[in-house]
Design a protein around this ligand. Structure first.
Ligand SMILES: [Zn+2]
Length: 354
C-alpha cells in the first residue's frame, strides 16, 4: 500500500488506461498482489514472508507449505468471473457518479445472468464500510426519516419494500456547505436508538443540532454540545420550520432520489443498509479529484475484505429480477483478456534508469 497513490502510476486515469493496464487475468492478479502484499508474499496462514510462486499463479509458503492465491480469503474468493470482468465492473461501480445498477452492469459486460451482476455489486458494496472509520466532527445535524417502501413507477404496480426508519447525520460547514454524512437504519425513534446512532457516528465534543424531539434529550450528558431547534420558535421568527435542519433534509432527498434513479427503488429492506453505505461512500468522496482513486480504494478494501458468500447476501430473499427478464445463459461472463500489459504500478517501484 503506497502512502500517496498517484494517477497514471498506481491507478488508471481513464477507461483507456484501465483497458491498457488490465489486459489479462494475470495482470489483474499482479495488481491485487501488489495491493495485498506490497513488500512481497506473506503467508495468510502463518505470517511467514517467504514463499514460491507455483505454475498456476498461486503461492506456496516456505514454512507451512500452505498453497494460497491472492484472491483466497477476499471478496474474490472462488469467483468464477474473470478478474478482467471484475476490474471493469469495479471501474464502472467506482467511477460512475451515481454508481451502476445490476441490470446496467449485466448489459455493459454481457454477463450471462442478472444474479451474477447483482452479486458482484453486492460484494463491492460490502467492502465499503471500514471498521473504526472516523466519526463526524464539528457541527453535525441529526434527524430521522423514512426511506424506501412503496414508490411510484415500479413495474408491477405494488412495491414489496417497506419503509425503513433511518437516522442521518451531516456535518455542516461554516459559512455554508456540507461535509461528510452517515446514514443507518434505526429500530425506532426512542432515546435508546437515537443516542446509540449519535455515539456510533459522531465524535464526542461535536455540536449536535436536532429538532425538539424528546428522543434527542440527554445528548449533552453523553459529551455533546446539544443544539435543539424548536419548530415553534422557528415559526415564531417567521422562518420555514421545514428548513429547521437543511443539511439532513438535503441529504435525505439526495439518497431517496439516488435509490429511485440508479436503482429504480427496487431494493429489498434487508439490503437497504448496504445501499445506504454505498450512498455514504459516494457522498463522502463527491469531491475526490480522481475517480480512478476511488477505483483504487475499492480494490484496496476488496482485497482486505473477507469473502462475502452469496448465501449471506440472500439471507432472506433471492434478488428480485427486474423485467425484462435477462437471458438465462448461466456461467462465466465472456473474458475480456488481451495480450498482457507492462504493469506501471510495478515500474514505479523500480529505481529509474538512465
Ligand atoms: Zn505459511
Amino acid at each position: 500500500m503506497v502512502d500517496h497513490p498517484r494517477a497514471g502510476v498506481h491507478y488508471p486515469r481513464s477507461v483507456g488506461e484501465l483497458q491498457a493496464w488490465f489486459r489479462t487475468d494475470a495482470d489483474c492478479r499482479d495488481y491485487l498482489e501488489w495491493l495485498r502484499w506490497p513488500a512481497g508474499f506473506v503467508c495468510p496462514g502463518c505470517g511467514h514472508a517467504v514463499g514460491w510462486r507455483l505454475g498456476d499463479g498461486r503461492f506456496q509458503c516456505a514454512r507451512c507449505q500452505a498453497r494460497t492465491s491472492v484472491t483466497a480469503g477476499t471478496i474474490f474468493d472462488r469467483t468464477r468471473t474473470p478478474l478482467t470482468v471484475w476490474f471493469t465492473a469495479c471501474w464502472l461501480f467506482a467511477t460512475g457518479k451515481d454508481g451502476i445498477s445490476a441490470l446496467s452492469l449485466q448489459r455493459a459486460l454481457e454477463i450471462g445472468s442478472y444474479q451474477t451482476a447483482w452479486t458482484m455489486l453486492h460484494r463491492m458494496r460490502a467492502v465499503l464500510v471500514r471498521p473504526g472509520r472516523d466519526r463526524l466532527t464539528g457541527a453535525v445535524e441529526v434527524d430521522e426519516t423514512y426511506i424506501g417502501g412503496e414508490e411510484p413507477g415500479l413495474r408491477g404496480g405494488r412495491a414489496r419494500g417497506k419503509k425503513v426508519l433511518t437516522c442521518i447525520a451531516v456535518e455542516v460547514r461554516e459559512p455554508k456547505g456540507l461535509g461528510r454524512c452517515r446514514i443507518a437504519p434505526v429500530d425506532d425513534a426512542s432515546a435508546t436508538s437515537l443516542h446509540a446512532f449519535v455515539t456510533d457516528h459522531v465524535e464526542p465534543g461535536a455540536r449536535v443540532i436536532t429538532d425538539g424531539w424528546q428522543g434527542y434529550r440527554g445528548l449533552d450528558k453523553l459529551g455533546y454540545i446539544h443544539d435543539r431547534r424548536s419548530q415553534r420558535a422557528t415559526r415564531a421568527r417567521g422562518e420555514d420550520p421545514g428548513e429547521l435542519l437543511p443539511a439532513v433534509h438535503r441529504v435525505a432527498s439526495l439518497v431517496k432520489r439516488w435509490l429511485l434513479g440508479t436503482h429504480q427503488g427496487a431494493i429489498e429492506e434487508t439490503h437497504l443498509p448496504s445501499y445506504l453505505n454505498e450512498f455514504v461512500f459516494r457522498f463522502n468522496r463527491r469531491r475526490s479529484r480522481s475517480r480512478g482513486m476511488v477505483f483504487y480504494r475499492v480494490l484496496e478494501l476488496a482485497i482486505a475484505h473477507k469473502p462475502v458468500r452469496y448465501q449471506d447476501l440472500i439471507a432472506s430473499k433471492r434478488p428480485r429480477k427486474i423485467p425484462p427478464a435477462p437471458p438465462q445463459t448461466r456461467g462465466r461472463p465472456p473474458s475480456l483478456e488481451r495480450p498482457p500489459a507492462n504493469r506501471p504500478w510495478r515500474a514505479a517501484d523500480l529505481p529509474s534508469s538512465g
